[in-house]
Design a protein around this ligand. Structure first.
Ligand SMILES: CC(C)(COP(=O)(O)OP(=O)(O)OC[C@H]1O[C@@H](n2cnc3c(N)ncnc32)[C@H](O)[C@@H]1OP(=O)(O)O)[C@@H](O)C(=O)NCCC(=O)NCCS
Length: 436
């Protein structure tokens, strides 16, 4: 693949000979906190990424890489149905070559590559608004952090002894952690799934200084029985933040957060202070814990409200280029969502007008017998209308239909369509642990 970008610039897939230059380029555009991440992705350590999953734009005059994007392939599930996802990352252009459409051109190539791999959805974080230009819309949430100051962590009462303890996970705990994660993922509308190779990469595969590396603690009772785990960021990506970032807390079925919360917070705060004292946490000061968990994580309900500080949730931008293919993939889940709702056993058609295009769903006693292209002739046609890529917000459970029709005057639906759409696409407040 070689695509001319004009002015002696050419777009192509990266090859093994580009490895050193790619790592150097990413370090120069971002900083040295990206170096090991880029090296793991491009250098063959990563289970789903190879050097050829990077596109590069080269200045043919001096053979210099001036822009690059990579694609991290992965598997997610929607209510139990696995599907393939592509995550564009390390999106970067040399300052001297910006605003010449080099990222736009590479996104066309990355999207084609993602489609060829059978990926039904693309997901990205990063520069606000920028990716909307390439068909992305606000989708699932990244996290809704709450902070607990170290001084607010509940103290042990006089004469009380700690019942629950945190200890570093060992290789003997990996299967337990996987099981607890999988059990939690099964209850989520959206979740990322990991193959055995991807789990190995999470546990031991990343380079020590890769800022995406996680570590785990196991929560156990006084008999040593494992009750759950904590996942934390081993290398702080933002050293100016005086917080110890916890990225997951999961307890196994039957263990309540209210019981373990005080010990858990004490254990985490002790761990944070010990890591800070030993220089393992490279922040200038340590003030508390950042719980970067899903917005409605049960731990948040167990912690008294006056002890936590709320941080705004950040979303992923999502792209679903072939909505008919995606809806067809998740059709059994959509049918399942109608059961037990007012739309159970629904008969009829639902015409969705996206202004330039449209989709018709046909329902037969609660089964979806067709999901097909429908071309609206006029803006007013159909049972519900969605401007731009706003339908994605509903599909991802980010907003309800009424919220959308209040936000966008050109989003509208009949009463029946509005009720049906909310039954088909339930809300989702979870957090997806996206493969990095
Ligand atoms: C953001 C970045 C990747 C854009 O690269 P680029 O090659 O200049 O992007 P393009 O020229 O392909 O941009 C496509 C369009 O977006 C516009 N655009 C470029 N940067 C933009 C920005 N920061 N905000 C809004 N629009 C922007 C361009 O003008 C162009 O619009 P047009 O097609 O209507 O002319 C580049 O500025 C960069 O490397 N920044 C530092 C690293 C970074 O933040 N990466 C993203 C982290 S996920």
């Amino acid at each position: 693949m070689l695509v001319s970008c004009g002015d002696n610039l050419a777009l192509r897939l990266a090859g093994p000979d580009d490895l050193a230059a790619l790592i150097d380029f990413n370090t120069r555009i971002f900083d040295e906190r990206i170096t090991d991440w880029a090296a793991d992705l491009a250098g063959g350590r990563h289970p789903t990424v190879q050097t050829c999953d990077f596109t590069v734009v080269e200045d043919l005059r001096d053979k210099k890489i001036v822009s690059s994007v990579c694609l991290i392939s992965q598997t997610w599930q929607y209510d139990g149905i696995p599907f393939q996802v592509g995550r564009p990352e390390l999106v970067a252009t040399d300052p001297d070559y910006r605003r010449r459409g080099l990222v736009r051109k590479q996104f066309e190539a990355i999207h084609a590559r993602s489609a060829a791999k059978g990926e039904l959805l693309q997901v990205i974080t990063g520069v606000d608004w920028f990716y909307r230009q390439f068909g992305y819309e606000m989708g699932v949430k990244l996290w809704g952090s709450r902070c607990v100051n170290g001084m607010d962590v509940p103290k042990l009462k006089e004469g009380e002894t700690e019942v629950y303890h945190l200890r570093p996970a060992t290789s003997g705990d990996h299967e337990f952690i996987r099981d607890v994660y999988d059990q939690a993922a099964r209850g989520q509308l959206f979740a990322a799934l990991r193959s055995p190779e991807e789990w190995d990469y999470e546990f031991t595969g990343r380079s020590k200084a890769n800022t995406r590396r996680r570590e785990w603690l196991v929560l156990a009772d006084s008999e040593g029985e494992r009750l759950g785990y904590v996942q934390y960021l081993a290398c702080l990506p933002l050293p100016h933040l005086p917080l110890f970032r916890i990225s997951q807390v999961e307890l196994k079925v039957g263990v309540g957060y209210l019981n373990v919360m005080p010990s858990l917070l004490r254990g985490l705060w002790e761990k944070a202070q010990a890591m800070y004292a030993s220089g393992e946490l490279p922040c200038r000061e340590i003030h508390g814990l950042e719980l970067a968990l899903e917005r409605d994580h049960p731990l948040y309900r167990a912690i008294p409200k006056n002890l936590v500080r709320d941080l705004k949730p950040s979303p992923w931008y999502i792209r679903i280029p072939d909505m008919i293919a995606f809806l067809s993939k998740i059709r059994p889940a959509l049918e399942g969502h109608l059961v037990g709702t007012v739309a159970e056993g629904y008969n009829g058609e639902l015409k969705l007008n996206f202004f330039r295009s449209g989709i018709q769903l046909v329902f037969d006693s609660g089964r979806i017998s067709a999901i097909e292209k429908w071309q609206p002739g006029e803006a007013w046609q159909g049972d519900a209308r969605f401007p731009d890529a706003s339908f994605l917000e509903l599909v991802c459970g980010w907003r309800r239909f009424e919220e959308m029709s209040e936000s966008f005057a050109d989003c509208w639906g009949t009463h029946e369509a509005a009720v049906l759409l909310d039954c088909l696409f339930p809300p989702f407040h979870g957090k997806v642990w996206v493969l990095a």
